[in-house]
Structures are given as C-alpha cells and as structure tokens.
Write a protein that binds this ligand. Structure first.
Ligand SMILES: NC(=O)c1ccc[n+]([C@@H]2O[C@H](COP(=O)([O-])OP(=O)(O)OC[C@H]3O[C@@H](n4cnc5c(N)ncnc54)[C@H](O)[C@@H]3O)[C@@H](O)[C@H]2O)c1
Length: 381
C-alpha cells in the first residue's frame, strides 16, 4: 500500500481526489493528507481520518513516509511546491505544465536529480491508448522518415471560463511570467504530444521556432496561436490552436511519413494506412496517470510522462513567446460576439477554415493574406 497526499484539492484537484478515492477502494493507496489554501472538502476529508492542512510546508513537516505527492495547484506555484516535495523525499505527480520558463524547468530538474526521486507530469493525453500505439509505431519506424507533424486544437471557451481562477488568461500573475493561453494551458497537451511523437520518430530536437500569438477575448494572455517548428532531421511541426472556435473539435495530430501517414485524435482514435483503432473514452482520464504512478512505484513500469520528457515543450513554448514578441489584439471587425446557454462568447470569424487551409499549406496565419495577422521572428533553439 502506497502512502500519498494531495496538494490543491479544489478546481481540477477534484479529478485527482476522485482518482485517489478509486485507488483507496482498490486498496492500492492510503490518502494520508490533503492541503489547500482554501478549506475545500476539509470536513469530509477529516471525517475520513485524512489530515487537512492549509500550508503545504506544514503538511511536509508533519506527515512522514509519503511515497508520492500529487500537486494540482495554480501554475505559478508548481516548481516551488514540487521541489519542496522532492526534497522531502517523495515522488511527485505534478499538474501540467511543469514550468513556464526554461530556467525554472532547469531548477526543478536539478531538484529532482538531487532528490533521487521521480517526477511525473499530468499531461493527460500521454496516457491515451491510441497515442501510446502511435508512439510505438514511430519508434518502430513504421511510417518511415517523418516529413511533418501537424496538430490542430479548435476549442470553444465562453467568457465565464476566465472567471474560473484569477490567473486564467493572464500574461503574468503576481510577478510570475505566467503566459497563460493555448500554448501553456488547455492545448499544451497537444503541443507536448506532438513533440513526444517527434522524439519517438527519431526526428531529433527542435532547432527553430516561429510563432504568432493573438487574443480575441479581453485578456492579457493569448487565446489563439500558431507555431512552426523545425527539428534537427528536418521534420516540420505545425501547431494551430484557438479557444475561440464556433465549435469544440477534438485535439488532432496528422503525421506524414515517407512510408505512411497517421491521424490521431483525442480521445482514443488512431487511423493509419493499415486501418483504424478506437478506444473508449475514460470517465476520468486522470485515473490512468495515478495508476501509472502506482505501477511505476510498485513494479518499475515506465512513467507515461516523466519531467525530463517535457523539456522540449518548455523550450518551444518559451521560443514561441520570444518569436511573437507581443500578443496581437484582433480587431472587433473580425470577431463575432454571441450568447447561448446563458453564456457570452467570442468567435474568431472564419477560424476553422483558416486553420484547415493554413495546415494544408504548412503556413502561419501571417502567410495567409489576413489583415489582422502579424509575423514573428524565427528563433534558433
Ligand atoms: N491535466 C488536465 O487535464 C488539467 C485540466 C485543468 C487544469 N489542469 C491543471 O491543474 C492545475 C490547477 O488548475 P485549477 O484550474 O484547478 O486551479 P485553481 O486556481 O482552481 O487552483 C486549484 C486549487 O489549488 C488551491 N491552491 C492555490 N494555491 C495553493 C497553494 N499554494 N497551496 C495549496 N493549495 C493551493 C486553490 O485554493 C484551489 O483549490 C493547473 O496546473 C492546471 O494547468 C490540468
């Protein structure tokens, strides 16, 4: 039986609580303590004999022998809390993204190395069965030399999304360079999976990145982006993301190789020249990340997403902000405001067709003759 604790129980932390409860019922773990700066679930947890803290440092100094600690707190707190948990001597399951700046990522990596413990990142899409199958196909070289990896994520978020937490949609938060938006938050899963596929295919590390960042909502961060990345072996990665689509469409990756093509779609869909596979969607995808952590600790099963595998994602995200320099506000003429289900939303007019035609041409938005698009600078990595 593994001893665990959870830091950050509200918001997305509830999905971790559900995953942990499942493991408790399977007698795989004991949840010894929970910490949240707000006393959410305190009474229910204490009634079950689970200690509750409002300061993670008090949890670490009070509760001994924790095997792994889950951290689901806001992004600006990730690296500090994770480093403290590693120094305590526990393995860590940390929410994505592990860090925003490369130097912060390097400090967290150093803390992990010094501790001798492991740190897994909850990039949930890395646990998808269809994705894992695609990784294996690429490792086996079954698609030949990879020409391109194109990711599209057309999401729809209402204005109310930004009232979920004070840091959502912010370029910085309390002096922390948060850069919240498609690249570092909802679609960081897609970017991370694209870079993991490039690594699995032997395409080498990213060597350059060009990016454009835009905002449709009245926020300081970005809600629409495109990126073109080149790897050492000449593979092109194209990433197109928005939170201002008229419809929510699944995150999707198309791969073109010298010996075949593949399409992966989240959750659970893979199409190759040999046929299609589809796997049922998980009710709570975070269950699989916790299962993986337990299997890793009990049997040495490899982690789906160890900290080290996220380095390219952090480097490319940082390069994207350096490339774009500024986030461009798209003028109201190109935006449609709407109301539905009692919600207010903003749609970037024509975004779906734009993304599909830009992806076909491997072009950035500024190369599509648009009045609002502004090119970025090529950044060498
Ligand atoms: N993997 C996924 O699919 C997925 C989905 C949504 C969010 N997330 C990630 O989950 C994390 C949390 O996001 P959220 O929207 O729940 O954030 P949030 O702002 O709602 O905060 C989550 C909880 O952490 C608590 N908290 C804040 N600071 C704390 C601290 N110093 N110590 C202890 N508790 C603290 C808050 O009170 C809150 O209950 C983020 O990293 C986000 O990127 C992941």
């Amino acid at each position: 039986m593994l001893n665990t604790a959870l830091i950050g129980a509200g918001g997305f932390g509830y999905c971790h609580l559900l995953a942990l409860e499942k493991l408790i019922s399977q007698q795989k773990i004991a949840l010894k303590a929970v910490c949240d700066v707000n006393p959410c679930f305190r009474q229910e947890l204490e009634a079950k004999g689970i200690a509750f803290f409002t300061d993670y440092r008090e949890l670490l100094s009070t509760v001994p022998n924790l095997d792994y600690i889950t951290i689901s707190t806001p992004i600006p707190t990730h690296s500090e809390i994770a480093a403290a948990c590693l120094a305590y001597g526990a393995h860590v399951l940390l929410e994505k993204p592990p860090a925003i700046l490369p130097e912060e990522f390097a400090r967290l990596t150093a803390a992990q190395t010094a501790s001798g413990k492991s740190c897994a990142i909850n990039y949930t899409m890395t646990a998808d069965l269809a994705f894992l199958k695609l990784v294996q196909l690429l490792k086996n070289g079954e698609l030949g030399r990879i020409h391109s990896i194109t990711g599209t994520g057309l999401y729809k978020r209402y204005q109310s999304y930004y009232s979920g937490s004070p840091w959502l949609g912010q370029i910085s938060y309390k002096d922390y360079p948060l850069r919240d938006g498609t690249i570092n938050n909802p679609l960081s899963h897609l970017l991370n999976n694209m870079l993991l596929l490039a690594a699995a295919s032997g395409s080498g590390r990213p060597v350059s990145a060009e990016a454009e960042l835009y905002r449709v909502y009245p926020i300081t961060g970005e809600d629409t982006s495109c990126l073109r990345i080149l790897t050492e072996a000449g593979t092109r990665l194209l990433f197109y993301a928005t939170l201002c689509s008229p419809e929510q469409t699944p995150a999707r990756i198309e791969i073109s190789g010298s010996q075949g093509n593949a399409v992966w779609q989240y959750p659970g869909y893979l199409q190759t020249d040999a046929g299609q596979d589809s796997y049922p969607a998980e009710e709570n995808p975070t269950d699989k990340i916790h299962d993986n952590m337990c299997q890793f600790l009990l049997n040495g099963t490899p982690l789906f997403c160890p900290l080290s595998s996220c380095q390219n994602t952090v480097l490319v995200s940082d390069a994207a902000f350096a490339s774009a320099k500024e986030i461009q506000t798209i003028p109201d003429t190109f935006i449609k405001g709407y109301q539905e289900n009692g919600e207010h939303g903003r749609e970037l007019i024509g975004i779906q067709d734009l993304v599909y035609s830009a992806a076909t041409k491997q072009a950035l938005f500024s190369e599509m003759s648009l009045p609002w698009a502004v090119s970025g600078q090529k950044i060498l990595l």
